[in-house]
Ligand binder design. Structure first.
Ligand code: NAD
Ligand code: UFG
Length: 334
């Protein structure tokens, strides 16, 4: 059923791809973002891709009154909450910023939601809630022992949502634990375009490939993994976006609080990722092995069975498609 959906953080990387998928499924979308890590220039691009204008409100999620006004004036039925700070390393240096934005922000949004009796809420959580693996692959029952303020902010919001769901049986809440989102829309018009030096590996590789950066630093080759470099479960951002559509459909028939891993179930090492990118971009990525990055975990990947069973969702795009779409986007940017 078509719904009117508020997407917080909607001009950001994952929010914008999700907006495309949901708009093309016939939902009415409203984007809400303070533009702290994105630009409203994306609105024209989204219109070009979807063929229709997408309403946008510039605002902070901590401005509860503005959120309430937005929910009322657009008659919103459901919220997908992407807005927040997401740099793991920065969260260690500025924990209060992360708690203020990610936790206070979520509380403000939920207060606004309650005033309008909106029941459907999807939260962008993260695989970082699990912390050091006690076993692999991570399933949703794995204990959550997040290691950084960023990861703890996600874990706390998940717990707030669980308490809220216990207090009100009408609520329908999904916490989607993303593994490592990469890649871009097939048009090459939207993708991940971080401000400043990328923290994440895929945009860094793409900037090396295009010649904006000299070389990639590989953070450690002495991990107990197949080739010594870190292993992650990379997921194409369009698969991830489609996971939100599946979650929305699931919540139509299910109340309560639910957590789902959104990942492919397969881990790739840093060197495997570099080689896949080289193949797709037909280039060589110069790299240098340096020491480990503080706080990195050697290896983790998802068990995606719960999402397959209950959401009817699984990833469709492989590592090569993640690299080729990133490359198409990077070439159009430059
Ligand atoms: P992004 O930075 O591209 O998008 C987040 C958007 O939220 C930005 O447009 C930013 O301007 C906006 N924003 C930040 N604080 C805000 C506030 N207080 N009020 C209104 N808008 C605000 O990040 P992304 O990669 O698209 O991530 C989206 C969500 O997914 C985040 O919550 C992030 O923690 C989560 N997540 C991301 C990853 C990843 O690797 N990209 C992995 C797991 C989870
Ligand atoms: N890496 C490098 N060089 C770089 C950047 C990263 O070797 O320049 C390595 C890392 O050590 C790690 C892998 O590449 O082994 C992936 O690192 P990213 O920084 O791309 O991603 P993380 O796994 O650290 O974290 C990401 C997001 C989090 C999210 C998490 C979910 O940044 O927000 O995935 O799994 F929560």
């Amino acid at each position: 059923m078509a719904e009117r959906i508020l997407i917080t953080g909607g001009t950001g990387y994952i929010g914008s791809h999700t907006a495309v998928v949901l708009s093309q499924l016939g939902h009415d979308i409203v984007l809400y973002d303070n533009l702290s890590n994105s630009s409203d220039a994306i609105l024209d691009v989204l219109q070009e891709i979807t063929g229709k204008p997408i309403p946008f409100v510039k605002g902070d999620i901590r401005d509860t009154d503005l959120v309430i006004h937005t929910l009322k004036s657009h008659n919103i039925d459901a919220i997908i909450h992407f807005a927040g700070l997401k740099a793991v390393g920065e969260s260690v240096e500025k924990p209060l910023d992360y708690f203020a934005n990610n936790i206070q922000g979520a509380i403000s949004l939920l207060k606004a939601l309650q005033t309008q009796s909106i029941n459907t809420f999807i939260f962008s959580s993260s695989a970082t809630v699990y912390g050091e693996p006690q076993y692999l692959p991570f399933d949703e029952e794995h204990p959550t022992n997040a290691l950084t303020p960023y990861g703890r902010s996600k874990k706390h919001v998940e717990e707030i949502l669980k308490d809220l769901a216990s207090s009100n049986p009408a609520l329908r809440i999904s916490c989607l634990r993303y593994f490592n989102p990469v890649g871009a829309h097939e048009s090459g018009l939207i993708g991940e375009n971080p401000k400043g030096k990328p923290n994440n590996i895929m945009p860094f590789i793409a900037q090396v490939a295009i010649g904006d950066r000299e070389e990639l630093c590989v953070f450690g080759d002495d991990y107990p993994t197949s080739d010594g470099t870190g292993v992650r479960d990379y997921i194409h951002v369009m698969d991830l976006a489609e996971g939100h559509a599946s979650s929305l459909a699931f919540l139509e028939n299910n109340t309560g609080w639910h957590a789902f891993n959104l990942g492919s179930g397969t881990g790739f090492s840093v060197l495997e990722l570099i080689h896949a990118f080289e193949e797709e971009a037909n280039c060589t990525i110069p790299y240098r092995i340096i020491g480990r990055r503080a706080g990195d975990i050697a290896e983790y990947y998802s068990n995606p069975d719960k999402a397959a069973k209950l959401l009817g969702w699984k990833t469709k795009r492989n590592l090569n498609e993640m690299c080729s779409s990133t490359w198409q986007f990077q070439k159009k940017l430059n």
